[in-house]
Design a protein around this ligand. Structure first.
Ligand code: UFG
Length: 330
């Protein structure tokens, strides 16, 4: 079975490529390298530096390879950036999905796994969040992910393209051996930023707000290990192959940790007194985002194994110590 992974040189994409290869699947990667790293993709995996909105280039890939299914990561993914550059997000993410589905349909490829997001829920009314809860995004990023889910729905009805949308919560950690990991420039995410402060590459980690409606006043998030998340993509491909039916799933751990708890856990794990300071709130942050992932566990058979925050921090720290300059290409 041959899988096309769009955005396969990105953080979650590269861990998923690694998982699919381990499971014996053939993989082809397309990535425009806007944020991805070519060296995160194994050399023997066919790699195309193209943008999915370029239908001619994308069609050439489908001409060259007999693709059975697509795993679609290629998208912009920063909440703050999306507030400042919404049109980039609609173009890159929403139109990117349209372009990809058009080419898939032309080549009769009828299965897609899509990286959606907890940000499609906006400010959730219930914690933990269930899949049937209202999706009401509060920023352009979350809206594009919701639009992409909706476009998949109509493409299913009209063209019989079956899709699984995986709504990620807060992804962190790295492959256990530290050979691939998270490398963004600039880095905005909590775990790598805490560890950059531990490395002395940042003066300190700023904790965004301590007056949230949570037990300790700090934002609560559901941290899921990138390797567990990668495994969910493999299970989603199997689901599409066996059931030939569209579906959507939350991927989280049902356990919320506050920003302060994450900083404390990192201090404990690294043995470094990581400088930290409380700053103002960041725009668009809901108090709590925690997933109920029972559906993924029951239907996909997903069993997250690296749920301990300690493991998440240890593996991210291991990657950063082995690669102090990340992939060293940006
Ligand atoms: N935070 C800080 N300081 C930092 C960085 C983050 O206090 O320097 C806090 C944030 O306020 C938030 C938490 O740490 O409470 C996590 O922030 P991230 O930036 O790591 O992640 P987000 O929750 O903003 O977003 C991530 C993904 C989104 C996804 C969302 C779903 O980037 O794509 O999780 O939960 F939609």
């Amino acid at each position: 079975m041959k899988i096309l992974v769009t955005g396969g040189a990105g953080y979650i994409g590269s861990h998923t490529v690694d998982k699919l290869l381990q499971m014996g699947l053939d993989v082809v990667v397309v990535d425009n390298l806007a944020t991805g790293h070519k060296s995160s993709v194994p050399e023997d995996v066919p790699f195309y530096e193209i943008d999915i909105r370029d239908q001619v280039a994308l069609s050439n890939v489908f001409d060259e390879h007999n693709i059975d299914a697509v795993v679609h990561f290629a998208a912009k993914s920063l909440v703050n950036e999306s507030m400042n550059k919404p049109l980039d997000y609609f173009d890159n993410n929403t139109y990117g999905m349209i372009s990809l589905l058009e080419v898939m349909n032309k080549y009769n490829v009828k299965k897609i796994v899509f990286s959606s997001s907890a940000s499609t829920y906006g400010i959730p009314k219930n914690i933990p969040v269930k899949e049937e809860d209202e999706q009401n995004p509060i920023n352009p990023y979350g809206l594009t992910k919701l639009q992409m889910e909706q476009i998949m729905h109509w493409a299913d009805l009209a063209y019989d393209i079956k899709g699984v949308a995986l709504r990620y919560f807060n992804v962190a950690g790295a492959k256990i051996d530290g050979s691939i990991g998270e490398d963004h420039n600039p880095e905005t995410h909590l775990v790598p930023n805490i560890l950059l402060a531990a490395q002395g590459k940042k003066d300190k980690i700023i904790i965004f707000g301590n007056d949230y409606n949570t037990p300790d006043g700090f934002n609560v998030r559901d941290y899921v290990h990138v390797v567990d998340l990668a495994n969910a993509h493999y299970l989603a491909i199997n689901y599409l192959m066996n059931e030939n039916s569209s579906n959507y799933f939350n991927l989280g751990s049902k356990i919320g940790f506050s920003v302060k708890q994450m900083v404390d856990a990192a201090i404990l794990e690294t043995g470094i007194d990581i400088p930290n300071e409380i700053g103002p709130r960041r725009a668009g942050d809901p108090d709590s985002l925690v997933a109920d992932s029972t559906k993924a566990q029951n239907i996909l058979g997903w069993k997250p194994e690296l749920t301990d925050v300690k493991t998440i921090i240890q593996t991210a720290w291991n990657w950063m110590q082995k690669h102090p300059d990340g992939y060293g290409d940006k």
